[in-house]
Design a protein around this ligand. Structure first.
Ligand code: FES
Length: 513
């Protein structure tokens, strides 16, 4: 399966350590696309591939359509932690959804963990899967008070957690909590093996196939998949938020997260998984790749299109230098995730799109766990099986109190940009100010343009209006991409969509000579 001549492509310029692992199916796929598939899954990350495998194992005929390649999105850029405690903490879940819900969330996390471990065993997947201890630690009085409530609520929810004398990293701390039975793995080795199992069972995966539209007639969904008409009874969007402007465009906020893969001068690599409680937070773990250990350290997360990505990398570098003897930084990469308005992901049937369309989004920084859980919930719904978590994570849940503050904050931000982007107009004398390798949105002769000057000084111009819902994109210097802060759409320098929800590219504009 390994092919050193190529790497797995990703929606990012910066290479993650996982990308050396590439997907080559053991046998040719019989791509019979005529007739009506039982389920089409859009997106070949952990959510899409696991869902496809579960359904195909149950005898359904599934097709996976992926705009890039397997692991092109967040799965190729995750830091690959497997946790049963989440970015939305148990006290937050308890206070917003109740104690029973907190216990259900804990059960669902344990179930997701068991699914991953069972699939690793069943398919004998060599994906560096390891059980680890997790350490959450506080550095000041306020954090210690919070950590005390996290410990109590986690235990109440049924999670094995206790006070610890160590935090496993050389960062001074006030209090630390140890969570047992956490884990880590190599995400692409894992989903590549699942994808092969899916194909062995007769499943079809089409890479480089962008789904540009869908329509439903007489209960059958017809997709335009890179010019191919594909019909299906069920449709799963495993793409973060679904395409088009839906309620989910306003219920999930896109964030970017930054990670370094660091070689140390000494051997003080952590043995477990550690997390501080700062905002934005930092996390630490170790991964060995081709015989070399790397400290995987991440954080400095911020909302997509806000903050300076290069500054985020610089902050992370100075943070790691504060605590470790750094030999070299072998990897630095970033990826995107979605924060749900009320703290819990949206998984399952998307009622507004009819009975046969399913979504899975708002995983926060816990995508490997919630992606796996989504596969179980959605495949159970399609197969007509009961699932204890369907209502808890339902995309159409009503939670008027839960997360109200966040909901208002995230929506206020989106709404502000909708207005400011359309009617604002700061005149910039842009082209002359642009440095080589720099991009900027500027107003030129009354028209807003996304301008980019390449290393030879050649300027290209795009219409900066995001083709999803009309927000204005901004330049991401670290990734050399145009990012939309409203719902996380991203485009390359030529305006081509890198990640949805937009389905159309940014239009190129001829500059006046
Ligand atoms: Fe929604 Fe840009 S307006 S991603």
């Amino acid at each position: 399966m390994k092919n050193s001549a190529k790497i797995t492509r990703r929606d990012s310029l910066n290479q993650s350590p996982w990308q050396k692992e590439t997907f080559t199916p053991a046998k040719a796929q019989q791509a019979d696309l005529s007739g009506v598939a039982d389920t089409v899954i859009v997106g070949a990350g952990i959510t899409g591939i696991t869902t496809a495998l579960m359904l195909q194992k149950a005898g359904r005929k599934c097709i996976v359509l992926e705009a890039g390649n397997i692991g092109f999105g967040t799965t190729g850029g995750t830091s690959a932690h497997l946790n049963t405690f989440f970015d939305t903490t148990y006290p937050e879940i308890e206070s917003d959804f109740g104690k029973d819900a907190a216990r259900l969330v804990a059960d669902s996390g344990k179930e997701a963990f068991s699914i991953i471990s069972a699939l690793v065993d069943e398919y004998r997947i060599d994906c560096d899967f390891e059980y680890k201890e997790g350490f959450l630690f506080s550095e000041n009085e306020k954090e210690t008070r919070q950590l005390q409530t996290i410990l109590e609520s986690s235990v109440n929810a049924g999670i094995a957690a206790e006070k610890s004398k160590t935090n496993d990293v050389p960062v001074p701390f006030e209090m630390a909590v140890r969570f047992s039975k956490q884990g880590q793995f190599h995400p692409l080795k894992y989903i590549n093996a699942l994808a092969m199992a899916f194909i062995d069972l007769g499943g079809i995966i089409l890479e480089d196939t962008f789904v540009s539209s869908s329509k439903t007639e007489d209960g059958i969904i017809e997709l335009d998949a890179g010019g191919l008409p594909i019909k299906t009874a069920n449709l799963v969007y495993a793409t973060h938020i679904p395409p088009g402007i839906t309620a989910f465009s306003f219920r999930s906020a896109p964030y970017r997260s930054y990670v370094l893969g660091v070689k140390l001068k000494d051997n003080s690599y952590p043995t477990g998984l550690s997390y501080d409680m700062q905002e934005p937070y930092h996390y630490f773990r170790t991964h060995q790749i081709e015989g070399q250990k790397y400290l995987i350290i991440g954080g400095e997360d911020h909302k997509t299109g806000h903050n300076d990505p290069e500054q985020a990398f610089a902050n992370l570098e100075s943070y790691v230098n504060q605590y470790y003897q750094v030999d070299s930084i072998a990897y630095k990469w970033s990826s995107q995730y979605y924060v749900p308005a009320d703290g819990l992901p949206y998984i399952g049937r998307m009622a507004a799109a009819g009975d046969s369309t399913y979504i899975a989004t708002g995983f926060n920084g816990n995508g490997m766990m919630f992606g796996t859980l989504s596969a179980k919930i959605i495949s159970d719904q399609i197969l007509g099986n009961e699932n204890p978590y369907t209502d808890l994570y339902s995309p159409s849940r009503l939670s008027p109190i839960a997360g109200f503050t966040d909901f208002v904050r995230e929506n206020a931000d989106v709404a502000w940009h909708f207005i400011a982007d359309r009617f604002g107009g700061e005149a910039l004398d842009a082209i002359s100010e642009l440095k080589n390798g720099e991009g900027k949105v500027a107003e030129l002769q009354g028209t807003k343009l996304a301008l980019y000057k390449d290393s030879n000084g050649k300027v290209t111009a795009l219409k900066p209006v995001c083709t999803h819902a009309g927000c204005i994109v901004s330049f991401n210097a670290a990734e050399q991409s145009w990012d939309c802060h409203c719902h996380g759409g991203r485009y390359d320098l030529s305006g081509k969509v890198i990640s949805g929800p937009p389905q159309k590219n940014l239009e190129q504009v001829s500059l006046p000579k």
